[in-house]
Write a protein that binds this ligand. Sequence first.
Ligand code: NAD
Length: 260
Amino acid sequence: FLKGKCALITGSTSGIGLAYARALAAEGADIVLNGFGDAEQIKALCEELASVSGGRAIFAAGDLTKREGTEAMVATALAEFGAVDILINNAGMQHVAPVEEFPVDKWDTIIALNLTAAFDACRLCIPGMKAKGWGRILFTASAHSLTASPYKAAYVAAKHGIAGLTKTLALELATDGVTANCISPGYVWTPLVENQIPDTMKARGLTRDQVINDVLLERQPTKQFVQPEDCAALALFLCRHEARNITGANYNVDGGWVAQ
Ligand code: NAD
């Protein structure tokens, strides 16, 4: 049902972003990948996605911690496809440290990547969506857009910002055929989670197993990690015609985390 639609997914060389790309390609969407990674692997991913969709899949480079990076990424997508119909703001990073020791450069980078890049990508893609009278803007927010955890000041602040940006866009675009919604996962087993285990061990003085069972899964009543494909299935639904009246929503995919 997405044949002829172009989907730009930030941070889609890995994890949840790649799962979105695969799910949308399976419905025929043209895909614009973005993120870091090995050039050969990214080329192979584009080939995989294009063969699944029967359309095109390209890579749009851009370091989204820098405004010029976001602008370059969107420019590549617009040059190739004319407009972006589906924008998924997904790229993000984490840093774990007590607030008084939080490295100020990490604060700046996390706000730039997790919040400002999403604003810039929206700003640049919305004119094309408005012109077509159809668009879907999605954000991978987080359970941390609705609740907090200690030692994650920048991430929690940025993700709460994303939740607010989503609501604002929903109101501004309500009569343009463009919806804006958040998908808010709990802990999903991806490199982002795996990489924060050593810092959490240090910040809390725990072993690896203790971090997994007593810190991460402690928050999720299901005692299971969310899978990237769970988020992708929801994203796909939010792109459907039947989801046209869903806007400004923030969906938890968190095994019951924020119900507590
Ligand atoms: P991941 O580390 O697997 O993927 C992150 C992606 O972002 C990669 O493609 C990476 O190359 C890209 N990226 C990183 N820095 C970038 C930059 N400066 N410019 C462009 N791309 C960059 O992580 P993930 O777990 O799939 O995370 C995706 C999103 O989901 C993030 O916004 C994250 O905050 C959010 N999230 C993840 C979890 C989880 O438990 N994994 C939970 C809630 C929310």
